[in-house]
Structure formats: C-alpha cells, structure tokens
Write a protein of this length. Structure first.
Length: 134
C-alpha cells in the first residue's frame, strides 16, 4: 500500500470519526470529546487552585490567573515550561496530581485508539467475508 493510499485511508477514518459514521466511530468520538471537555475543566480548576496556593509565595512566578493557566496547561500537556516548580506544599501536591492526570489521559487515549483499531479491523474482516459470499 502506497503512502498516499495510507494517508487517504487515515483521512477517511478521521472524517468518519468526526461524523460518527458507525457505532465504532461514534464511540471513539464520544470518548475523545469527553476527555477533552473534562481536561479543560481540570485545567481551569487547577489554574484557580495554583493561583490561590502560589500567588503569595516568595519567588513564585504564578502571579495572575493567566500565568497560573499557562503553568497548569503546560503541566497537563506534559511539556513543562520555564516556570519554576511550585514553592508551596499545596502547589507541589497539585503539580503531582496534574502529572498523574496527564499520564492517565495519555494511557486512556492509547487504550481507546487500540480498541478502535481492533474494532475497525473486525468490522473490515466482516465486510470482506460478507462481500466474498455474494
């Protein structure tokens, strides 16, 4: 299979997920949307907590909601930032929670994609068997 054909097949699958073309596509779309929405909520709550916990600590770089949101977003994306690590004990506990959440989300998404690929493979095999018996 050529690279163009592989890319086209992948693009069609992405389109089908967005449309919810089959129950398998619909299931993956629902999981992706749920994880995204929950992660945005976690990010906002953690930003408020980070601001409350860190803003008065000496030498902190979390001085506003914007800087807190930037810090929590980079932590949840597991890309980190140039911000110093949290100063307060509460900030450090929050940081560990966010890192654990980020790892859990990555593992959950990996499992969801694995399940999706397995189901799609089974569907395709069933379609091929159905076409072969005509």
């Amino acid at each position: 299979m050529g690279i163009r054909r592989i890319l086209l097949a992948a693009a069609l699958e992405v389109r089908d997920v967005a449309r919810g073309a089959t129950p398998t596509h619909h299931h993956l779309r629902d999981r992706l949307v749920a994880v995204a929405l929950f992660t945005v909520a976690v990010d906002l709550v953690c930003a408020v907590l980070a601001l409350l916990l860190e803003r008065h600590a000496p030498q902190t770089e979390v001085k506003s909601f914007g800087s807190a949101l930037f810090w929590t977003s980079t932590q949840l994306l597991t890309v980190s930032s140039q911000f110093k690590n949290p100063i307060t004990t509460g900030g450090r506990v929050l940081d560990v929670f966010m890192e654990a959440y980020a790892i859990t989300v990555v593992a959950t998404l990996a499992g969801s994609f694995g399940s999706f690929l397995h189901r799609r493979s089974s569907e395709r095999q069933a379609e091929l068997r159905g076409h072969g018996s005509l």
